[in-house]
Design a protein around this ligand. Sequence first.
Ligand code: TNX
Length: 499
Amino acid sequence: MPLLPLVPLPASVEAPDAVPFRIDASTVIEGEADATAALSAVVATRTGLTPNPTAGDRTVVFRLAPGGAAESYRITVDEASVTATAPDRAGLFYAAQTLGQLITRDGDGWMIPAVTLEDAPRFAYRGVMLDVARHFHPLETVKAFVDRAAALKLNVLHLHLSDDQGWRVQLASRPRLTEVASSGAVGGDPGGFYTKADYAEIVAYAASRHMTVVPEFDMPGHTHAVGLAYPELAEDPVLSTHIEEIASTYGGELPTPGVAYTGMAVGFSSLKTRDEATYDFVADVFGELAGMTPGPYLHFGGDESLATEDEDFGVFVDRVSRIIADLGKTPIAWHEAGSRTIDDSTVGQYWGFVVPTGGMDDKARAFVRNGARVILSPADAVYLDMKYDDDAQIGLTWANGPTSIERAYAWEPSAVIDGIDESDILGVEAPLWTETVRTLADIDLLAFPRIAAAAEAAWSPADGRDWASFRERIGGLAPLWEAQGIGFWRSPQIDWSAG
Ligand code: TNX
């Protein structure tokens, strides 16, 4: 018997050898609205059928029922009915995603096999990040990415909204950020920005798929674009051999004050951390962002601030973390900020390797010592922007060379950092940086199938995870992904089923 193509792997599945539930034009899908909409959409995409919700003799029902962990759900499928219950709407939405993956076809038509299934997430924070700064990605692309991520039970969309190449969200308090500093991108490609209405639309769209938006304004480094809009806030670029090497390897001009940066180097820009005007800026941009963001987190970056004096970096991250906490939000910072005095509530995001190097694990442990938790984004496992292999057309290789699907899968969150155990881990996030990524097709190619590996690390019980099983299960998802128009990478490591 082939494995059921369920990703992330549910906590428990029993599949008796029994008559399946048939899906045809008279199948009724009823109950809680988000879940019925989600399943109806998958049924239509996968089968071409548009079930009639008012008449029929076989019913799928989504029903809230108390009991069980947040986001958990139960499903029973037999010949006569499909029943999904959950304590909350997110759980029912995830039940719909699971049912969508189970839809298959035999000689008699479309069906869902008989199963009894219980499921609940391992971690509360299950994220993907999209860098909309190196390349701008329009609203429709972001929505498509949300649909893809939510289908894998990911519940956080982290948007990297500012970097050296551009500022991507309009703010009334600092209008020049988008008027002056949003038109560029890596390689001289067109830039762009989200209006406040666009941002609200992303937040609402994500919420309808049970995803929380975590917005990031990266600082004090990664801020060349801020200097285009407000030159008085930014230091001049600091050149180094690294910056010169990147320019000669990948092309692009060296960073120049007042000129949009279109290259791929990092670590040359800094805000003026000793000027009070900078903290007025920080209060404005995060204050306005807090008002636009219903979710609990605001990310302030803090990574790779190589052009900021060490002592100044400490003062800066301390003050910014407090500004955000005073806004009633929980700050998140990349792990570099962990070695400094910061607001105790600050969550750390670890981007070192699966086997930590260079003391990055120490920085991550500091957040836990403060009493906060850590998000794991080990770069050589979950960075979706790495090449799959040396022949890949797009992607980077700095994270220990190319990242195969197997390497993206074969890591265990609680084993990455000594002293950071299950209860210290808020969750797992897979970032997609977009230096080499221009289109939704590029996003699909790099994200799929590795995003599914990250989703399984975030959702599934540790003891059920197994590469051979994952390999077979994602192979079985090919027909669904094809029907959904997802341009996944057809790795020769996977036996993609024809379905
Ligand atoms: C490192 S990891 C970065 C980004 C780059 C990325 C490319 C981290 C917090 N920063 O600035 O886009 O590598 O893979």
